[in-house]
Write a protein that binds this ligand. Structure first.
Ligand code: ASP
Length: 326
């Protein structure tokens, strides 16, 4: 209790009525707004394993893949769910990019959710289908410049991380490619491995295994520094390759529907902090180049302020990307 700030306590107190002290006494559902088997799903399933014990009663955690429309279908579902602690939402940067990219949403990310904390930061990788001719980033850039919209660029829907990365790539190279939207990165990478689409920019939580297995071609990472994960450390950054200022890191956060009782929110937040320190979760995360958040970022007010800052950061970037953002 001592480390709880007055602001955090006030935020939780304002959040809703008192809770059922026996929480959780039935399965808790985490809505994941992308397809099963993808990078956001990977984070959710790994976290769920480590969250069961600290949440209490070794509770069963069910992952509900409410996929589609760049995570906005799942976010809407979670926003409408009964605010009783038995429905949570785990989503990535889409919480910040959807309000910028969609003219109309049935929910308000600032008003319709309780913020529980940031989970991690995850780099992205630029990858290509196995038969794509280019063997390195320079060759890929030349290929894109030449083939332009003949190049198919997969993404997980408007407002998804892969969409954001893809539109930044197009606007930086000033070359339009043909976007191919999916409901998540799992089907996108499956089609990439099957040579159905050409290029994908996606989180390392999805691409590491496929890169290691040589099932895709890997060209670059989107972080400002190279990664240290042995299998990815030789990939250049896009900045190194001359894409000035190009940096995309994807973060994940945990949410509850607005009005979830304050004591349940505190229970989940406390459990989240414990789960993020679980050596098993840390080990799995490190293997996929994900950086687990420290306690400072696992606060409702810090998480909400961070999302607000991300919306402010990406709004001008996405607006400047102009027609590529259509
Ligand atoms: N990584 C995907 C994206 O592009 C979503 C997913 O997790 O499937 O946002």
């Amino acid at each position: 209790m001592a480390q709880w700030s007055v602001v955090a306590l006030a935020a939780f107190a304002a959040a809703g009525a008192h809770a059922d002290a026996s929480y959780p006494n039935k399965p808790v559902t985490i809505v994941v707004p992308f397809t099963a088997g993808g990078p956001t799903d990977r984070v959710a399933r790994d976290l769920a394993e480590s969250l069961r014990k600290p949440l209490g009663n070794n509770v069963t955690i069910v992952i509900d893949n409410a996929d589609g429309a760049g995570s906005t279908i799942g976010m809407a579902k979670a926003a409408r769910a009964k605010p009783d602690g038995y429905t949570l939402l785990l989503n990535h940067i889409g919480v910040a990019t959807a309000p910028i990219l969609y003219r109309k949403l049935s929910f308000d990310v600032m008003k319709d959710f309780e913020y529980l904390g940031i989970i991690n930061d995850v780099p992205m990788t630029l990858i290509g289908k196995p038969t794509l001719a280019p063997n390195n980033y320079k060759e890929l850039a030349a290929f894109i410049n030449k083939e332009k919209d003949k190049v198919n660029l997969a993404n997980a829907g408007i407002g998804s991380a892969s969409h954001l990365c893809g539109l930044l790539l197009q606007s930086t190279l000033k070359v339009p490619m043909t976007p191919v939207p999916y409901k998540g990165a799992a089907p996108a990478i499956a089609d990439l491995m099957g040579n159905q689409v050409d290029v994908l920019c996606d989180q390392t939580t999805n691409t590491t295994g496929q890169i290691e297995g040589k099932k895709v071609k890997a060209y670059a990472v989107t972080t400002s520094k190279r990664l240290t994960t042995p299998s990815l450390k030789d990939l250049p950054t896009l900045q190194e390759e001359g894409l000035k200022g190009f940096e995309v890191t994807i973060w994940h956060g945990l949410y509850a529907p607005k009005g979830t009782p304050a004591d349940i929110l505190k229970k989940v937040n406390d459990a989240l902090k414990v789960a993020l320190k679980d050596p098993e979760f840390i080990k799995k995360s490190e293997g996929l180049s994900a950086v687990v958040a420290n306690d400072n970022r696992v606060t409702p007010e810090g998480h909400k302020a961070f999302v607000q800052a991300e919306i402010a950061k990406w709004t001008p970037v996405i607006k400047a990307a102009g027609t590529f953002a259509e």
